[in-house]
Write a protein that binds this ligand. Sequence first.
Ligand SMILES: [Cu+2]
Length: 293
Amino acid sequence: MKNKAYAVLAALACLLFASSAFADKPVEWQTNFQSAATGIMEEITWFEHYTLWFIIPITLFVLLLLIIVVIKFRESANPVPSKTSHNTAIEVVWTVGPVVILLFLAIPSFQLLTAQLTPPANPDLTLKATGNQWYWSYEYEVGESPLTFDSIMMKEEDRAALGKEDKKEYPRLLAVDNEVVVPVGKTVRVLVTAADVIHAFAMPAFGVKIDAVPGRLNETWFKAEREGLYYGQCSELCGKDHAYMPIAIRVVSQEKYDTWLAAAATNVGDANKALMASIDSAKTVDVAANAAQ
Ligand SMILES: [Cu+2]
């Protein structure tokens, strides 16, 4: 009984600690997920906390058993060891117990996996992301001719030219020249592939991580619920500059997206600058990013 109470306390402490460190950009010694910007990521965060309710009590229970065995059955206290080799009741318990626990973990886990990999039937926007050594290129399936552009990690010397002096909003190694721009609250289908070697498209705040494989089209989706600027990284070791091919997604209102899309058809760089100016004036920028994988 006492052990159970301690387990619950420990799990509770863990949950409190976990939720206090949420931030929209990386913080020193961050150990938790970034705050969720999609329903899927909310479910992932819930599932991570849920599994702790199993992991922590089991760990404490095993530790307690070890302590009992060490003390009770030490040589001085127990000079003649028992020669018991079978106990049917114990064998049934330690087989059925873990099976039941694994079912409690497997069922929500598979439900979540299915939700992640089953895009809603009618996406509002289809975006193709192609991994290249070492940058991402994007293609928007819109209008007569698709919009395409490359998204390359911003070099420090280009900050001023790109108007990205704010290091909190545009962190070193995460900021790019051209962000992906998507409307808030809309379902975005993402088709992911690669042009050379295997990469992986990952956006932690969206709960998205999927391999980019040459000759193969993987499909995922997200529906961002908050406007902001989100950062992710290539998450499959793909060569010497693997660490330098970040992913940046800017979530904006439908109106801002429409304006951007119209302008991007002629010049992506100018469209981005106009978008940044309209956002800066509204002061709604919310930066999210993750640490290197
Ligand atoms: Cu990579």
